[in-house]
Design a protein around this ligand. Structure first.
Ligand code: GLY
Length: 343
């Protein structure tokens, strides 16, 4: 497992000076991280180049990778050089993918700047890009040399992005940490202590990926809310008016998959209603009509957890405990989405 450094105050960012051991350093940024986060770390970085990419999931593709590889080649990066990914999940997944494949692999550090990337995407070495309509369809597992978690970046995020990342915090509590659910389910997120929340939440992710780095078993639990969430996110990605953030899709997925947990597993009705009410209060309703549900089917069939073309779900046994490899039929899945849309 890579080294994860949780930074409480900005002085501890001097750990970045260790990057001087590399022959060259490139910091991959998007327009947001360049504007809001790069100035906070710049003084601690040794001599480096910045490679700027366009922000947004719609740019997490091979074209952007080609731009990154071209730049590394022009700058004559070698295998003793390093890439630092400063940004959210898109920068981390794609920058890591480019580094792990450039000249058969160079070292990279993750400096996630969103809650989503701090508690989830930067931990556990999943790297990759989207392909056609499928999320993270091309990629590999490769751990970064270091992950620097600096919750100080949260104050640079718009509220919509904070809530999006918070969906992964909710997911971690629901699958693995009922005590944390007790705390966060009463939380006003405008008054949250993000250092404590991120510390607690990334610990769940770290614990799970250390036990199952290649997702052969329990790591699948981290996909709770994502079977339906990823399909909806992918379906809406090209629709400029209805496009949603990853966590907004996951929040919808959590409601649907909690509904399925109540119907098909042992989650009680009270617990299901508690989860449903909490999510519905916090997140706007995803704009989808019932006659579009069938369009999600081919996308779900490509889900990476599936086996033998059967759609696989994570279901909650109770709050804080979940199971994987639950194969549900399409009618059951449709019922859960209709339940969400009907509220
Ligand atoms: N985001 C789920 C995982 O890393 O396994």
């Amino acid at each position: 497992m890579n080294e994860i450094c949780l930074i409480q105050n900005s002085g501890e960012l001097q750990i970045l000076e260790q990057l001087s051991e590399f022959s060259k350093v490139a910091v991959i940024v998007d327009e947001n991280s360049l504007k809001h986060c790069y100035p906070q770390i710049k003084e601690h970085l040794p001599k480096h180049y910045c490679i700027q990419i366009k922000s947004g999931e719609e740019h997490k593709n091979l074209n952007t990778c080609i731009e990154i590889w071209q730049k590394l080649t022009e700058l004559k990066f070698d295998r003793k050089s390093a890439v630092v990914n400063l940004g959210g999940g898109v920068v981390g997944d794609m920058g890591g993918f480019c580094a792990a494949t450039y000249k058969r692999g160079m070292k990279f550090w993750q400096i996630p700047t969103t809650i989503l990337a701090q508690v989830d995407a930067s931990i556990g070495g999943k790297l990759g890009i989207d392909f056609e309509t499928y999320k993270n369809h091309i990629g590999l597992f490769q751990n970064p040399e270091k992950v620097i978690l600096y919750p100080g970046f949260v104050s640079t995020l718009p509220e919509r992005e904070i809530k999006s990342g918070y969906a992964e915090v909710i997911k971690h509590a629901l699958i693995n940490d009922s005590k944390e659910w007790e705390i966060i389910s009463k939380l006003n997120i405008h008054e949250a202590d993000w250092f404590e929340i991120i510390k607690q939440s990334y610990a769940v992710k770290k614990h799970v990926v250390e036990k199952d780095p290649k997702e052969l078993g329990i790591r699948k639990l981290l996909n709770f809310g994502h079977t339906i969430g990823h399909a909806v996110e992918s379906y809406l990605i090209e629709d400029s008016k209805r496009k949603i953030l990853h966590g907004e899709a996951v929040a919808m997925g959590i409601v649907c998959e909690a509904y399925l947990s109540y119907k098909k597993s042992t989650l009680s009705n009270d617990s299901f209603q508690e989860i449903n009410n909490y999510i519905q209060k916090l997140y706007p309703k995803v704009s989808l009509s019932k006659n579009e549900i069938s369009q999600l089917y081919p996308i779900m069939l490509q889900d990476k957890k599936n086996e033998n073309e059967k759609i696989s779900f994570i279901l909650l046994k109770e709050i804080g405990q979940a199971s994987y490899n639950n194969y549900l039929n399409w009618d059951e899945i449709v019922e859960s989405i209709e339940f969400y849309l009907d509220q």
